[in-house]
Design a protein around this ligand. Structure first.
Ligand SMILES: [Zn+2]
Length: 332
């Protein structure tokens, strides 16, 4: 289903090839061809859990190809996960979340494998932190569209298509507590920036606000108080500000997201906005797909993200689409 969507919309054909030599029998190998039949890249998939394997799902690049004098060098990458494996005669039945994750990782892979940028360090997924999740999150949108699900979401025995009532419940469940989670992401993103912009310089300088003694004794308390104060505008009542506990905000200490947590929500603003053009022009519209590949997907870091966005959308980003997704349309 996913390969069919990518073929219809973006014009890339994906074909499996038996190459014999892989690191585990579960591993498969695929090649990607553009409309002219030229091979632009290849990738391995490694989807099932094993004892020695890392958790989660991820994409990696092995070879960064791209336009070279005298032709095009194909890319090579891999997408991995830990999904429900088939069990004997029973097919692997993936949850919707798992399907979404596969689309997500495939989005990263396409970003890498369709790059036409000549300089490898500027190609594919080597882009700004707050732009790198756009192609992956954009792909997830197709897993929420009726017409796209119809291509592959079928009963594994009867072949019956996804019932309409179930589809409607899925969409409704997606919005459940949408306001709450959006405010949470907003709070975490903003407080992260404020920690770095406001509190860090204050603590470093000893500042007018705290004496050196105060800093020595109570740095932890100062940070906690700062968190409480700054989370408060985003929560429904003062008690809830206590729930946002900075000491376990590990993204900032060990996740590499210090001063960059906002990029989660920002990527969503961008992809939800970009997907509105697909919605308007058709989610499988080949011209829209081509325009997306030419303006964004194949361009890597060859231009400012803002400029690439504008080239595709003809304007600056607008958060309305994300608000609509999380909170529902404004009442008429
Ligand atoms: Zn990702």
């Amino acid at each position: 289903g996913m390969f069919e969507i990518v073929h219809m919309t973006f014009g890339f054909k994906v074909a499996e090839r038996d190459i014999g030599e892989v690191w585990h029998p579960d591993v498969r190998y695929y090649e990607i061809f553009d409309e002219l039949g030229e091979k632009v890249g290849a990738f391995y998939t490694d989807w099932y859990p094993r004892k020695e394997k890392r958790q989660g799902a991820w994409m990696n690049h092995f070879i960064t190809g791209g336009s070279r004098s005298g032709g095009f060098a194909p890319h090579l990458g891999v997408i991995c996960g830990n999904f429900t494996p088939p069990d004997g005669d029973h097919a692997a039945l993936l949850t919707h979340r798992e399907v979404e994750t596969i689309f997500h990782e495939f989005g990263h892979l396409l970003h890498h494998c369709t790059s036409r940028v000549e300089i490898p360090s500027r190609a594919g997924i080597n882009v700004a932190w707050d732009w790198v999740e756009l192609p992956s999150q954009l792909m997830e949108n197709w897993t929420w569209e009726r017409e796209a699900l119809y291509l592959f979401a079928r009963h594994h025995k009867s072949g019956e298509a996804l019932p309409e009532s179930l589809y409607e419940r899925m969409v409704a469940a997606r919005r459940f507590m949408g306001g709450w989670s959006q405010m949470r992401q907003l709070a975490l993103g903003i407080v992260d920036l404020e920690l770095h912009e406001e509190l860090a310089p204050q603590l470093r300088l000893g500042s007018a606000r705290y004496s050196e003694e105060e800093l020595d004794l109570a740095q932890g308390d100062i940070v906690m108080e700062f968190g409480r104060e700054h989370f408060e505008p985003f929560v429904v009542g003062p008690h809830f500000a206590e729930l946002h506990i900075l000491p376990v905000f590990t993204h900032l200490f060990s996740g590499g997201y210090a001063a960059a947590y906002y990029s989660y929500l920002w990527s969503e603003v961008l992809e939800a906005d970009i997907f509105t053009r697909f919605r308007q022009e058709g989610i499988f519209n080949r011209d829209t797909g081509r325009s997306y590949v030419d303006s964004i997907l194949s361009r890597g870091d060859s231009d400012e993200p803002g400029a690439l966005f504008k080239e595709f959308m003809g304007r600056d980003p607008d958060p309305t689409a994300l608000l609509d997704r999380n909170l529902g349309s404004e009442p008429a």
